[in-house]
Design a protein around this ligand. Structure first.
Ligand code: SF4
Length: 698
């Protein structure tokens, strides 16, 4: 009885984009003391992964930033009050702006904060402080899917519901280790009663590949050629769906393009036999079968990810596998609010699913937010890599980093360390003062974390859910929302944001901006309604609020393009940006190593339990043949070297990788010293997955 909570409240988990709902157990003071997964929520159905179960742990970490810290003349970080912190923030950034113009300061934000805070940051920075450039770490996870959907469907619109995992006959997972990256979604696959074929297309024998009915062991970046060859076979054998093709543009050009992609011509590049390609083509075009395509970072984090995502979209379109139960070309998002960032971050696109380039959109946003039209720039922001390149060139001189850790996570991270000297002023706003990025800052602004503030996240299936304040932030740390209010006041633009009094007021402002956009949520009254309905998937327009809880898009065959038809987009595969050679003979794969760690471990690294579930020291997977050739034993320490940097890791011998390949989990700070800075030309997403490295016993 002593452990019985005084009350409970629900909240969406603050890690991944699955968007599980947790039930937080509160004491008599309303403070969370424990949690359990929420039964009956349509996403997680009473389940949570280890990160969700331990979600309260990071709040109690001794590494929490409890007060602003300002670098003094001796180079030391010293505690200061909020007034002094605001004075430093405003004086440095105003000074830079005065000397170098409105393109000289940029922000780098996150998919980890509620969209009310994202929108406040983007609006404050661009419409209030008068700068142009800001991007989010969603560039590192979802930008490719965004660009692919926008180009193909006319809007960033993942078409599916999680229920589709349970209603599919053929589930094709590409570059997705669903078992550990989205473990609750894997449980949704396991609930499928249709005896589905589960096909994993991946160079690595991941946990998911090992559990699948078929693992297509792909050569690195053979994906695009394979998809085109599947489409070639499907068209050649007359296994297309004419009704679905009617709803597309560019089919004849696509068919002509596919002539060069016979199974014989791509067999070498993909590592697949002709028979295997033809059999797979038959499987994904079986009449009467529901086929769904799902992808994550193996596709997105690539130099040609947009075209690879669109190649799957094309396959779904030409076989009629879209807009029906158990189908779709479906991007699974990475972070808890990556979808919120896509619609509300005000970075490269404008709040509410609008575009800076269109005057009508700027007018609508100006009127909706009560901001003078001339405050809204017509220029979109530089993307993340372009912001950093501009900083290297000396054009950007100030950087404001909010709830992200690029000094660990950005590709070729050694370049950021060098950038430290070039930038005149770096502000890091974070829960912790110990991240790699916070240690590089001139000013640290201490922020509340998940559990210490209110707001909304939007998950991968477009479902909006609420998070709740169930703890007080430590010391004088404040929610990001409150920090933005302080900055608006200190900058002298708070009148523009007088309606942004609290997160729910901001929610209502943003909700109204979505009117008549594909993501229209004008039918959502507020947080109470979201909770009452078990989350709300967009669209939810006031004019026609849908009755069902789980909904997919495009059931009527209408897309968001001007013609109403989906576009079939394609281009020839490009060469690997950094192929192996005699000096760097191994291909390095990176990715998530475990379900118990999150990204740079800035939060999960603070949980004793999660740390016990995962090796503290970096390890590298190597094939037994290579290990034997190099006379390596289990747990030997090796040095991994690329043209950009090197690191040590412990040897883990396993046939999970192919000979000539290595796998490093991304959670260790040194990993991105190795990765090669190449980017998708459409999405500017970094290509984290394949670079050339050498390996030797340390
Ligand atoms: Fe669910 Fe993802 Fe949170 Fe795990 S991390 S509990 S899968 S939302």
């Amino acid at each position: 009885a002593r452990l019985k909570p005084a009350s409970t409240v629900t909240s969406i988990c603050g890690y991944c984009a699955t968007g599980c709902q947790l039930k937080l157990h509160l004491d008599e003071n309303g403070r969370a003391i424990n949690l359990t997964p929420q039964a009956g929520y349509p996403v997680n159905l009473g389940m949570a992964c280890p990160k969700g179960w331990q979600a309260l742990d990071p709040l109690d970490s001794p590494d929490r930033a409890t007060t602003p810290l300002l670098r003094n003349d001796a180079g030391e970080m010293v505690p200061v009050g909020w007034a002094e912190a605001m004075e430093a923030f405003v004086s440095h950034f105003k000074d830079i702006k005065e000397k170098h113009g409105r393109e000289s300061v940029a922000f780098l934000s996150t998919g980890q904060i509620p969209f009310e805070e994202m929108a406040f940051l983007g609006s404050l920075f661009k419409f209030g402080m008068g700068f142009i450039h800001g991007d989010a770490n969603t560039r590192q996870c979802m930008a490719t899917a965004v660009a692919a959907y926008k180009q193909s469907f006319g809007f960033d619109a993942p078409p599916y519901s999680y229920a589709d995992f349970e209603e599919s006959d053929v589930i094709v997972l590409v570059g997705s280790n669903l078992c550990i990256a989205h473990p609750i979604l894997w449980q949704r696959v396991m609930r499928n009663k249709r005896n589905p074929q589960i096909i994993v297309i991946d160079p690595r024998a991941t946990e998911t590949a090992q559990a699948a009915t078929q693992h297509v062991v792909l050569k690195p970046k053979g994906d695009l050629a394979l998809f085109y060859s599947l489409a070639h076979c499907i068209v050649r054998d007359g296994r297309t769906d004419p009704e679905s093709i009617e709803r597309t543009e560019g089919y004849d050009d696509f068919v002509a393009f596919l002539r060069d992609y016979s199974p014989e011509s791509v067999s070498e590049k993909t590592g697949q036999s002709v028979e295997a390609i033809e059999a797979l083509a038959r499987t994904v075009s079986e009449p009467g079968k529901r086929v769904s395509w799902w992808w994550t970072m193996g596709i997105n984090q690539s130099y040609e990810g947009v075209r690879a995502a669109q190649a799957m979209i094309n396959l779904a379109l030409i076989t009629g596998n879209i807009g029906k139960p158990g189908t779709g070309a479906n991007s699974i998002t990475g972070q808890c609010n990556a979808m919120g960032s896509r619609l509300f971050s005000n970075t490269t696109s404008m709040v509410g699913g609008h575009d800076f380039a269109y005057e009508s959109h700027r007018e609508k946003v100006a009127a909706g937010l009560g901001i003078p039209l001339e405050n809204i720039p017509a220029d979109s922001s530089l993307a993340y890599d372009q912001i950093l390149a501009a900083a290297e060139e000396g054009k950007i001189k100030g950087l404001w980093i909010v709830a992200t850790n690029p000094f660990h996570s950005w590709i070729d991270s050694g370049r950021l360390a060098a950038l430290r000297e070039k930038l005149e002023f770096i502000v890091v706003q974070d829960m912790f003062h110990t991240t790699e990025s916070a240690r590089a800052a001139d000013l640290v602004l201490p922020s509340a974390g998940w559990g210490e503030k209110d707001g909304c996240f939007i998950n991968s299936e477009r479902r909006i859910g609420t998070l709740k304040k169930v703890r007080e932030a430590p010391g004088i740390a404040l929610s990001d929302f409150r920090i933005f209010r302080l900055i608006a006041h200190a900058w002298g633009c708070d009148e523009l944001f007088s309606r942004w009094t609290d997160p729910e007021s901001a929610f209502r402002l943003l909700r109204d901006l979505t009117k008549d956009r594909p993501c229209d949520i004008t039918g959502v009254e507020g947080y109470e309604m979201i909770d009452r309905l078990g989350g709300v998937q967009w669209p939810y327009p006031a004019s026609n609020p849908p009755a069902n809880r789980e909904r997919r898009l495009f059931e009527d065959g209408n897309y968001y393009t001007p013609s109403g038809k989906a576009k079939l987009l394609f281009s020839p595969p490009a060469d690997l940006p950094e192929p192996t050679d005699s000096a760097y003979p191994f291909t390095l794969l990176t990715g998530r190593g475990t379900s118990s760690q999150w990204h740079t471990q800035s939060r999960t690294g603070k949980s004793d339990i999660l740390q016990k579930l995962y090796p503290q020291e970096a390890y590298i997977e190597i094939h037994p043949t290579d290990a034997s050739r190099l006379r390596l034993k289990e747990h030997d320490t090796v040095t991994i070297r690329s043209r950009r940097g090197e690191m040590h890791a412990s040897v883990y011998i396993a046939p999970t990788v192919q000979p000539g390949q290595l796998f490093l989990p991304m959670h260790y700070p040194e990993v991105n010293r190795l990765t090669h800075p190449s980017f998708d030309p459409h999405s500017r997403q970094p290509n984290y997955k394949f670079c050339a490295v050498a390996l030797a016993k340390a």
